[in-house]
Ligand binder design. Structure first.
Ligand SMILES: Nc1ncnc2c1ncn2[C@@H]1O[C@H](COP(=O)(O)OP(=O)(O)OP(=O)(O)O)[C@@H](O)[C@H]1O
Length: 963
């Protein structure tokens, strides 16, 4: 347990709120802040500061801003309805308020709940001199819109209303009702109040004012009557009840006998009582409704979420804020002051129990050396008030229910009789001569922890009973005003049991409040009132000393100074700080006390900084704890980094595994797809191959489905191949071998190709070349296969310079004579005359070159006389031109010619007699001159020779070469 205690001051309120908040967040437990002090000491202000602090400093989400605003704005509404000006405080809380601020797991304020305690209802109908009714009445009149006031039948002047003017201070300069009205109106709009709600609510407020203005008169029989029903009509309208019924209920009382009901008129006094009771009941219950309504708007609404987030969202810690009426001492103190001061006694008791007493007891229990500090325990006063059967409340209750005439005086006598001997109780009768003067006959005095208070018993019984005549209750139950219908339930009428008295109710609600508080970690704000005159910056020493004394602050301070700032069970301490020591982190398996010892040794606590008890560690100075907290905070970062790293690696691994599985799946699918594709391809290939085989087998059959494709393929393939293998020249005889079925087509193509090539070739050859080729063809026809050297001659082109067809007139051989033909080889000029001599010369000079002009041939032979040309089959260049027998005088010409094939060809072509060439073997005959024949013998030998043999024959030897 750690107790925070501050004297009221804004910054200390912030500090304590902050401390409670941090503790709540770190230890995830509930806290409460008890604000105590006299009336006007500043409790309400401190509680507002705390709320503001939470509103400003706590983390906030957009969606939760509304909750925060409602939490903040619930204050002005409750203050308007529950606060009033008293002699001690212009804004005195006339009800007790306990507010739970709920925080979610992130420390965000998400909602709240308010419990109200005993509102001072009597103020509705009566105020002391210098005091006012609840603020809302004045605010409504000062700030309410004209239409609203007209609708409610109200005038602006509060003096016109009896319930507002008894204190003679309806208008107070320190209070700005008009502005406050604006604040309250704005707050209503934020806290979910509909226009209908406000209409009903202000209908009730207005009807209370109207009630107060009802005047009664006494008739002849002493019964009360209401001469002016103006107010009644307004009340009936505003509350939705029958005016006559209401009127009757205010002036009559229903008495229930065993079987019948009797209605009897009320006296004037009782009618006034009934009216005031109605006003108090209506206001009191409306206030409770208001608190409930605010609570419903503060409820944290959990939206749709998963179970995990639901658990997190519903996980709440709370900080309770208790702002309750302070200790009050007036000149005249009634039942209300009695309850208020009893409440303050209880709170002081709680404080004593949880700080002074508990703390000292704890030291003792834990075996910590301790010098006991004396303090005043006010339990004795609490017992005097609340003890069962013996306490003042029990005695009061007894008087209330007792048959027979019970009065306030009889109650006082009972008190004297039963608690007269109590040290804290006094009456005029019991007091000594000195005290007698200060206590009235109807009064009793209690010696409270905060001082003496004299209570006047007048009205105690009535207020404790808080009786509302059944007749009036019935009227209110039937009200058309929705709020009233919720406040006055019919079930109440049917319940014949007597409701608990106000005193007992208050006692019970206080004990349940204490139960709430005991379950939470406390923090205290003790408010000290500086002066009684509501003046700023004035400090009344006496008054302050008095407060410090009765609040027990000195004792408290002494205990705090001598004691320890912080204590914690070993387990909890170890659990929280174990991460600071390697020996205790992450687990300590030994006894917790040893673990704590090891831990603090490691951290380096000095001996004066701590004490070890039986079950707890006690830390003397806050700074030690703060240093430990700082170390923890630092350590947390490291731990967080480690946790984060582990978590991230876990995430990474998970991601990797996911990706891997996805990749495997993808791979499997892809492989499957590939395999399927391969199968398809294989099937397709098989089909194609099978078709091919079939096609191949039946390739020679007529075109049929079996071979159709094959043939098309073969054709296509052949054609496509063929284009790369076409012959390039006319002489190129190569040709791509066709498949059997394409032989015909191939032949055709080949022919076409050859024709095409030939055409191209032909187009490309010149006229000269053409002529030469024609000559070559003739040469071929004459000599191919008949004479040696022919094959070699194929490559030797004919030369135009040697003989030119264009230059030769085939018909006139004479033309040749003009042409000089150089054969470039020795020519044997053979004539009759010179043969012999020349022959010899020829032999000698066979290598010499002679140029023979064809003209000379012409001289020898005429065209028409040309009868034949002879040559041997050997490689020699001997040529014999046979002339016509008619021209025998000239004889045949024997010539040797290097370009034999050309000369012969051209010659026969000149004479157009290709068939006159005679290729002989062995020898040939020729005419040397007419009638005289010569023979030329052809032979082969190792070297070329021409000579005349013994027989006189011309012998021509040529070299035989392999062709
Ligand atoms: N911290 C403060 N600073 C300045 N003025 C303050 C402070 N606290 C209180 N007051 C003044 O004192 C008045 C009374 O304060 P407050 O209403 O909080 O007293 P209280 O203890 O709640 O009284 P009660 O018990 O009657 O409700 C305030 O209206 C304000 O004028």
């Amino acid at each position: 347990m750690k107790t925070n205690l501050f004297l009221s001051h804004s910054s200390s309120s912030y500090a304590i709120a902050d401390n409670a908040y941090r503790m709540m967040c770190s230890e995830l437990n509930n806290h409460f802040i008890l604000i105590s002090g006299e009336s006007g000491a500043g409790k309400t202000e401190a509680s507002k500061k705390i709320l503001q602090y939470f509103a400003v400093t706590c983390p906030m989400t957009q969606s939760l801003q509304i909750a925060r605003d409602r939490l903040l704005l619930s204050n002005p509404v409750l203050e308007a309805f529950g606060n009033a000006r008293t002699l001690r405080n212009d804004n005195s809380s006339r009800f007790g308020k306990y507010m739970d601020i709920q925080f979610d797991f992130q420390g965000i304020p998400v909602g709240g709940h308010i419990i109200s305690y005993l509102i001072e209802k009597s103020r509705v109908v009566y105020q002391n001199q210098g005091e006012r009714n609840f603020h809302i009445f004045y605010q409504l009149l000062a700030g309410g819109e004209e239409e609203r006031l007209a609708f409610l039948g109200l005038e602006r002047d509060p003096q016109l209303y009896k319930y507002l003017s008894q204190g003679h201070c309806a208008k107070e300069s320190s209070i700005n009702d008009k502005n406050d009205w604006k604040t309250v109106s704005n707050a209503f709009s934020v806290i979910d109040f509909t226009e209908a709600d406000l209409e009903n609510l202000f209908g009730i407020i207005a009807s209370v004012l109207h009630l107060g203005n009802i005047g009664f008169e006494e008739d002849d029989q002493g019964c009360a009557t209401i001469p002016d029903t103006h107010e009644i009509k307004w009340i009936a309208k505003l509350l939705g009840v029958h005016a006559t019924v209401l009127l009757e209920a205010l002036t009559h009382r229903k008495i229930e006998a065993k079987t019948e009901e009797v209605i009897c008129p009320l006296t004037l006094e009782l009618s006034v009582y009934a009216r005031d009771a109605m006003a108090k009941a209506v206001y009191g219950r409306t206030f409770t409704w208001l608190v409930n309504k605010i609570n419903s708007s503060l409820v944290n609404k959990v939206g749709q979420c998963t179970l995990g987030t639901l658990l997190l969202l519903t996980w709440k810690t709370v900080i309770g804020l208790l702002d309750i009426y302070g200790f009050e001492v007036f000149d005249k103190n009634g039942f209300e002051q009695f309850c208020i001061n009893y409440c303050n006694e209880k709170l002081q008791q709680l404080l004593i129990e949880r700080t002074l007493k508990a703390e000292q007891a704890e030291y003792e229990m834990e075996g910590i050396e301790w010098e006991p500090i004396k303090y005043f325990n006010n339990k004795i006063i609490c017992d005097l008030v609340e003890e069962r059967h013996k306490g003042i409340i029990s005695i009061l209750d007894e008087e209330c229910i007792r048959p027979g005439p019970a009065t306030d005086l009889s109650f006082l006598e009972k008190l004297e009789e039963k608690v007269g001997k109590h040290a804290h109780f006094e009456t005029r009768k019991l007091a000594g001569p000195k005290g007698r003067k200060r206590i009235g006959w109807m009064e009793f005095r209690l010696l409270h922890y905060a001082g003496e208070v004299t209570y006047c018993t007048k009205g105690f019984l009535e207020k404790n009973n808080d009786l509302l005549y059944r007749h009036l209750k019935e009227v209110l139950c039937k009200s058309k005003n929705v709020i009233l219908r919720e406040c006055f339930l019919r079930a109440e009428l049917e319940n014949r049991r007597r409701p608990p008295t106000v005193g007992t109710q208050f006692k019970n609600s206080l004990s349940s409040l204490l139960e709430i508080l005991i379950s939470k970690e406390p923090s205290y704000i003790r408010c000290i009132k500086p002066n009684d005159r509501k003046e700023p910056s004035k400090f009344d020493d006496f008054l302050i000393r008095h407060q410090i004394k009765y609040l027990g602050l000195m004792e408290h301070l002494r205990v705090r100074r001598a004691g320890f700032a912080y204590r914690r069970k070993y387990e909890h301490f170890l659990q929280r700080y174990k991460s600071l020591c390697p020996d205790t982190w992450p687990h300590w398996h030994g006894p917790p006390a040893e673990g704590v010892e090891r831990l603090i040794n490691y951290i380096g606590y000095k001996p004066e900084e701590y004490k070890l008890g039986k079950t707890k560690i006690f830390i003397r100075f806050p700074r030690t704890l703060f240093a430990t907290e700082d170390a923890l905070e630092f350590c947390k970062h490291q731990l967080v980094a480690r946790i984060q790293a582990t978590y991230k690696s876990c995430l990474g691994r998970r991601e990797y595994v996911k990706k891997r599985q996805a990749a495997i799946k993808l791979e499997a699918h892809w492989r499957g797809a590939l395999a399927r594709k391969a199968i398809q391809r294989r099937k397709w290939a098989v089909r194609i191959i099978r078709k091919f085989i079939k096609g191949f087998i039946s390739r020679n059959k007529p075109l049929c489905p079996d071979n159709e494709e094959f043939i098309v393929f073969v054709r296509k393939n052949y054609i496509l191949n063929l284009r790369y293998h076409l012959p390039k020249t006319v002489l190129d005889k190569s040709w791509l071998r066709p498949p059997g079925i394409l032989e015909n087509a191939s032949d055709l193509l080949r022919k076409m190709c050859v024709r095409n090539l030939v055409r191209q070739y032909c187009r490309g050859i010149t006229a000269e070349r053409k002529a030469m080729m024609q000559q070559k063809v003739v040469t071929s026809e004459i000599f191919r296969g008949r004479k040696d050297g022919y094959t070699e001659s194929l490559n030797q082109p004919f030369a135009n310079s040697r003989i030119n067809e264009g230059d030769i007139n085939p018909k006139v051989l004479q033309l040749i004579s003009h042409e000089k033909i150089q054969y470039g080889v020795p020519v044997i000029k053979y004539d009759r005359k010179g043969f012999k001599a020349r022959q010899r010369q020829l032999i000698l000079t066979q290598k010499a070159a002679y140029v023979v002009e064809l003209a000379k041939i012409k001289q020898k032979i005429e065209y028409s006389a040309l009868k034949g040309v002879s040559t041997s089959n050997l490689r020699d260049g001997i040529l014999v031109i046979h002339v016509s027998p008619e021209d025998k005088q000239k004889g045949d010409a024997v010539l040797q010619c290097g370009h034999m094939f050309e000369a012969v060809t051209k010659l026969v072509m000149l004479v157009k007699k290709e068939n006159i060439v005679n290729v002989v073997q062995g020898s040939l005959q020729f005419f040397i001159s007419p009638g005289k024949e010569g023979t030329i013998v052809f032979d082969t030998g190792p070297e070329e020779q021409i000579y005349k043999n013994k027989n006189g024959q011309l012998t021509v030897v040529s070299v035989r070469r392999k062709s």
